[in-house]
Design a protein around this ligand. Sequence first.
Ligand code: TYD
Length: 393
Amino acid sequence: MEKIEFLDLGQQPITNNFLSNEAPQNEFLYNLRVGYDQATSLVSLMEFIPPIKMFNENYAHRASQSQTMRKAYKELSDNLKKKFKPKSILEIGSNDGVFLKNFNNIINVGVEPCKNLAKITNKIGIKTYSEFWNYNLSNKIINEIGLFDIVYSANTVSHIHDLEDALYSISNILNKNGIFILEDPSLLETLKKVSYDQFYDEHAYVFSIYSLNKIIKDIDLEIFYVEKLNTHGGSNRVYFKKKFGNQKVSNNIDRMISEEKELGINKFETYLDFSKKIKNSKKNLKNLFNIIKDKNKKIIGYGATYKSSTVLNYCKIDKNYIEYFIDTTPNKQGKFTPGTHIPIIDPKDGMNETVDFAFLGAWNFRKEIMNKEIKFIDRGGKFITHVPNPRIL
Ligand code: TYD
């Protein structure tokens, strides 16, 4: 792959490296740069971070934390059961089992390299392999359990550096008429929303349908349907079948690819323009914070997301701007944000009358959060977002 760099987001930490110490020594930082591949139009990080630095027993993200996500997974599992009547399902990146536990009456198997998470699902009776997904593991599971009717993977394939191996191994473990469902952030939405915080250590790739289609050319997989989702700030749910599988190929794929091409997803100049917009976004967000700070108002962060780590570190927004973050995830509380060292506390302790502004780290849950924080809004509290452009809501 011939990647050409179009974006430099500066020195960045490991987004999952929530710190127990406010002034850590030797914090790992690397230069986050993003590139474009002419042949496949694939957008990826210029330099990949060793997986073990990111996906280990300290992994903080819990998929079941959000009500929106719990509901979405329940709905999806009901639909899949109705439509495909699977007898077996494998999830790659099963996290804390929020999706797989909806399939307790069929063979449901997880793959989750983060040991703390695999422990949770093994405990509730979902057989979980705590290993990285690759060809060897696919063969091991085939030997021990067999082939699968459905392979599901949300926000995981975009993390796997050897993409071709990952997809080949999925095709390997699927039944003849099996389907693979991939869910990952959409490059189209990232471009439209200037949500450059989709780029961080874990997101080795941000996919378009156009690029996925090119990558599977030599693999026994074919896209037969695509759904647009609101999750994670705009994602695609892409359904694949085997080339001779019996599912009908929808004409919505051509439509989606046309939409992507209209936005110039397959042209390098689009990314140079995107890069300019990102520089502007940084300037405008910093200005906004400075104006609010000059008025001596208190700003906190709402949701210490992985995504926000890219924004804070790129825009150099630290404790001088954001007093603390609130986050519902217990194992983020009491820690400090990576790179910028802002304390993270329980919302119960931090969402009080002294707060004037809350920067939406979890902008992807804007609706859920604004519904929940009516009291804050009613007394004049305001939210700040950087998506699609920095502003007060
Ligand atoms: P997530 O959407 O997974 O983003 P990322 O993948 O970029 O980390 O994270 C959402 C975070 O926001 C998670 O840490 C929980 C937190 N959160 C709250 O603290 N309060 C809320 O009301 C919601 C919806 C999320």
